[in-house]
Each structure stands twice: as C-alpha cells, then as structure tokens.
Write a protein that binds this ligand. Structure first.
Ligand code: APR
Length: 246
C-alpha cells in the first residue's frame, strides 16, 4: 500500500490538472452515515421520501424524515482529515477542483474553494412557488416544515431529489473538469447513481489516471480504476499528504 501511495503522490505532482470526485464515504469519518452498505441510510429509510413526485404530494410527512436524515445527523458534523487534505492540496496547487455528490457542505467548511455540488447543498432551502432562497441556519428545525415568508409555501431543501434534474451549472462544470483531468481521485462512492457516476467515466475517456480511495470495491473498481488505495479516506489521504507536502 505504501508503494502505491508513493506512486500516487508522484502522479499528482506530475499532473497538470487533478480533480477529486467524492461521495458519501468521504464524510463517514465525520459521523455522517453513507447511503448504501452495511450502515447505509437506505437500510433504515425508504428512499421514496426523497422522490420528488412523492415529496410534492407528501411534503409534511417527508419533512419528518428529511430533518432526521439531513439536519439532525449533519448538524454537528465537521470536516475530517480527508476533507482537510483535499483543501490543503488545492492551496498547494495540487488539486484543481472537487466534484462532490455530497450535500453536507464539508468540503467548503474545510476550506476548499473550487467545489462543484452535483446534488446541491442541504444548507440551502428554496420556495418552489416564488423561488426565494434561504439558508438552513435561518430555521430551527424543531418546527417543521419550514415555510416561505412570502407565500407560506413549504420550503424544499436545495438538494436534488430522485427524479429531479441536476443543477445546470454544476452539471456543465463537472463534465468540463472531468475532460481536463490528467488525474482523477475517486473517493468514497459506490458509483451506483447516474449521471454523477459518469463524471469519473468521462475523466477516464479523456485520458485521466483514476485513483480510487475506498475500503471496498465499487462499480468503478473493475471498469475504471487504475490504482485502488483500499482503505478509509482519512487514513489514506493523511499518508498521501505526507508524500505530497514533504
Ligand atoms: N472512506 C472512504 N470510503 C468509504 C468510507 C470511508 N471511511 N466508508 C464507506 N466508504 C465507501 C463505501 O464503501 C461506499 O463505496 O463510501 C461509499 C458510500 O456509497 P454510497 O452511500 O452509495 O454513497 P454515494 O456513492 O456518494 O451515493 C451517491 O446516492 O442516494 C444518493 O444522492 C445520494 O449522493 C448520493 C448518491
């Protein structure tokens, strides 16, 4: 493993354009459960609460689960070592951008600037009627559902529900980044959700070397991955940082 990490550091140092594609796994060491796998949220909650059609018909009912999953768990989560190393790589000019599927805002809180949020961000809410946007910090989620001050409509979290389109700018920017990448780190994702999982595929097709960081195999491993650093994101990135920042 040590040799692979050293080799990865060499590739990153030589790379003219490096990106990171992250999934729920990078936030597990911050105390946020993943969606799939042994302790996955979808083992406990029915994903229908995040189905757009179902939500529009059952907003009050869905908000009970949305609060539990995305505001109770996430509320006191902090960036972990993995988020911090990626932020430092950006500062040192070793990472050009992050494309994240995560909505927990932890990359930004770790100091990363170039972050493309493919699935939106749970720290923002919006009114589907008048379009007014809010920060989640304006609300006390003891009282749900949050309502729009303009028209009393129930607010929707500004992250993507199943059946909802990807934000256009995040979509365009993410694939543009993937096409420029010489190295693409793929961290903590099963690769099961489209079209997000096309981002590393696009990077590969554009000639990037794919470095996967995940304790398990994923949909990427056999098809795309050139180097699989099998382990937890925090541990692997800490070791990688030792070679990168020496
Ligand atoms: N470090 C790195 N990876 C980890 C860790 C860890 N400490 N712990 C778990 N993992 C890996 C798991 O092995 C798994 O491959 O993280 C991955 C988590 O997979 P998912 O929960 O499916 O997360 P993700 O791929 O981001 O899901 C994509 O699905 O429900 C939707 O919108 C939601 O963005 C999410 C999308």
């Amino acid at each position: 493993m040590e040799k692979l990490i050293k080799k990865t550091a060499g590739l990153i140092k030589k790379s003219n354009y490096t990106i990171a594609f992250t999934g729920a796994g990078i936030s597990v060491e911050s105390g946020i459960p993943p969606f799939r796998g042994e302790h996955g949220l979808w083992n406990k909650y029915n994903p229908e609460v995040l189905d757009l059609e179902y939500y529009l018909q059952n907003s009050e009912k869905c908000w009970k689960y949305i609060r539990e999953i995305f505001y109770d768990f996430f509320a006191d989560a902090n960036p972990n070592l993995a988020h911090q190393v990626l932020a430092k790589m950006e500062k040192e000019g070793l990472l050009n951008s992050i494309i994240t599927q995560n909505i927990d805002n932890l990359h930004q809180e770790a100091g990363s600037k170039a972050v493309h949020e493919f699935h939106g961000n749970s720290k923002k809410l919006k009114c589907l009627k008048c379009g007014k946007r809010y920060s989640s910090s304006e609300f006390d989620f003891k009282f749900i559902p949050p309502k729009c001050v303009n028209d009393g409509e129930i607010l929707k979290p500004d992250f993507i529900f199943f059946g909802e389109g990807i934000p256009e700018d995040a979509y365009a920017n993410s694939f543009a980044e993937a096409e420029k990448a010489e190295v693409c780190l793929v961290i903590g994702s099963t690769g099961e959700v489209m079209p997000a999982s096309h981002v590393p595929r696009t990077a590969k097709q554009s000639g990037a070397t794919i470095i996967e960081i995940n304790p398990e195999e994923s949909m990427f491993t056999k098809q795309l991955t050139d180097i699989h650093l099998k382990g937890k994101a925090g541990e692997i990135l800490l070791k990688l940082g030792e070679y990168l920042f020496e």
